[in-house]
Every structure is written in structure tokens, then in C-alpha cells.
Design a protein around this ligand. Structure first.
Ligand code: BV8
Length: 227
């Protein structure tokens, strides 16, 4: 099982959350990434995600995304990829068995009819829901602080059954994802942290590989498939 965070997309040009050019710098998390913020300032939240949707124009997967596709093609359904990222780089690279536990940037949710659907461009107050036609009820289909991550049953099943758990490019500060290493380890998996730096959870991993993901993930995959 592989868990990825913003660090795997950094070399594709997408800013991470907690780095110097962090996405949340200059913006209070409480203002843009919480369930409560949607009720208090729906259009501020939509504006934040409009900017991110537009900022992703022309961004491409990097060697780390491609290495994970190579691993999946070698080991088939013994591979599962869970990402905290809402960018589409894993699927653009060709990953198949993929869970976006924090949702997807190009998916929109209507709080009037509860539908979710693919959406590009800006969500505005006057943008009608494609399904029910109502305006003023759209928000990103993204898991904000205080909201339930997606597909937790499938994730916990994979954690309790995997032999190898690899966390790539995540700072280990956001739960429940930051606690996955504990679950996998308790069920006997070997755990590897791949990151450019130390993290809050580094001490929990059996093995650590330090360096940029485009190099470290490529090398790790070649080692796993014996190339
Ligand atoms: C929930 C939306 C209940 C999408 C995000 C007190 C204690 C513990 C927990 C809590 C607490 N109070 C509240 C909580 C729960 C809370 C939480 O964890 N708060 C934290 C901050 C204390 N969590 C929640 O609310 C979650 N929901 O708990 O519901 C529940 C629990 C269990 C089961 C069911 C229900 C919801 C969390 C989701 C929040 N949504 N974002 C979006 O905006 O994209 S979180 C946001 O942070 C992103 O999703 C992101 O994925 C996530 C983590 O960030 P990272 O991906 O790790 O990115 P970051 O910038 O932090 O780090 C980048 C890393 O990459 C660094 O380590 C860097 O060194 C490395 N790197 C950089 N460049 C490279 C590199 N590595 C390799 N190569 C490179 N080139």
C-alpha cells in the first residue's frame, strides 16, 4: 500500500501545504479548509479552490508518479495507492487502483441535491448545479477539516492486509492519514517513509529514504521489482 501527500507533486510544480511557498501561507486554514468555513464563507472557500483548479493548468506527472504506475503494472491487484492529494497527477500518469481520500479538485458537490460531478473552471454564486439547476449550493468535492475522509473502510482493510506500507511526500500532521503507519505496522507490515526531510512521524517508520521523490521513488520501485 502506498500513501502519497503533496510532496510527490512538488516536482511537478504544485506547491505543498506547509513548505515556504505553502498553499496555506497568507490564508488561515480556518478560512479555507474547514467544514465550518463552507457555512460561514462558501464563496471564500470556492475562490480558494477556483485558484487551485486554475493553478494546475498544464501541470504534468513526474518520475515518481510514473514509477508507481510501473510498480502497479508489475504487481497488479496486490497494489493499492491512497492519496491525500486532490490533483489528478496519479490518474494522468496511469494509476488505476487509486483512492483520493481527501477528494478531488475537479469534482464538485451540490449541497442541494447531493450530486457530485466533474467540473472545470470557476464556481461562482451564479453557477447552477448541472443536476438540479439550483445556484448558490455548489462547493468543492473535497474533504475539509472536520469532515470524514473517503473510503476509510477500503483503506483500513488495505492497511490491515498489506506487507509493505510506503508513505511518500507527506508531513504526517493530518489525521487519520498520519496514523496509517501505526495501523500497518501493528498488522506486521514493513513501513517505509520516503520524504525530502524529517517529518512528525519519521520515528514510526521501520525504514526511511531521504531525497526528492522523483529519484527516491524510482529507485525504490526498481528495488522492489528487482530491476
Ligand atoms: C477527520 C483538503 C474524523 C484538500 C485537507 C487534534 C489532534 C489530532 C487530530 C485532530 C486534532 N484536531 C482535529 C483533528 C483531526 C484533523 C487533523 O488531523 N488536524 C490536524 C491538523 C491536527 N483531521 C480531520 O479533520 C480529518 N477528518 O479526522 O474526521 C475521522 C477520523 C478518522 C476516521 C473517520 C473520521 C480531515 C483531514 C482532511 C483535511 N483536508 N485538505 C486540499 O486542500 O488539498 S488536509 C491537507 O493536508 C491536504 O489534504 C494534504 O494532503 C494534507 C497533508 O498535507 P501533506 O500532503 O502532507 O502536505 P504538506 O505540505 O504538509 O507536506 C509535504 C511533505 O512533502 C513534507 O513532508 C515535505 O518534506 C515533503 N516534500 C516536499 N517536496 C518533496 C517532498 N518529499 C519528497 N520529494 C519532494 N520533492
Amino acid at each position: 500500500m502506498v500513501l502519497t501527500g503533496a510532496g510527490i507533486s512538488a516536482e511537478s510544480g504544485i506547491p505543498t501545504f506547509r513548505g515556504p511557498d505553502g498553499l496555506w501561507h497568507g490564508r488561515r486554514v480556518e478560512d479555507v479548509a474547514t467544514a465550518e468555513a463552507v457555512y460561514r464563507d462558501r464563496w471564500g472557500v470556492n475562490e480558494f479552490f477556483n485558484e487551485r483548479r486554475n493553478g494546475i493548468e498544464g501541470v504534468k506527472p513526474n518520475a515518481a508518479h510514473e514509477a508507481l504506475v510501473k510498480l502497479e503494472s508489475k504487481i497488479g491487484n496486490n497494489f493499492i495507492l491512497v492519496t491525500q492529494n486532490i490533483d489528478p497527477l496519479h490518474e494522468m500518469a496511469g494509476s488505476k487502483n487509486l483512492i483520493h481520500m481527501h477528494g478531488e479538485l475537479f469534482s464538485i458537490q451540490c449541497d442541494n441535491c447531493n450530486s457530485t460531478y466533474f467540473f472545470q473552471g470557476d464556481v461562482k454564486k451564479e453557477t447552477p448545479c448541472e443536476k438540479c439547476g439550483k445556484t448558490g449550493s455548489l462547493r468543492p468535492d473535497v474533504v475539509l477539516f472536520g469532515e470524514m475522509p473517503k473510503m476509510m473502510d477500503e483503506i483500513l482493510y488495505a492497511l490491515s492486509n498489506c506487507d509493505l506500507f510506503v508513505a511518500i511526500g507527506t508531513s504526517g500532521v493530518v489525521y487519520p492519514a498520519a496514523g496509517f503507519v501505526d495501523v500497518a505496522g501493528r498488522y506486521g507490515a514493513h513501513t517505509i517513509e520516503v520524504n525530502a526531510a524529517d517529518t512528525e512521524r519519521s520515528y514510526s517508520f521501520a525504514e526511511r529514504i531521504t531525497g526528492p521523490a522523483s529519484i527516491t521513488v524510482t529507485e525504490l520501485v526498481d528495488k522492489i521489482i528487482g530491476e
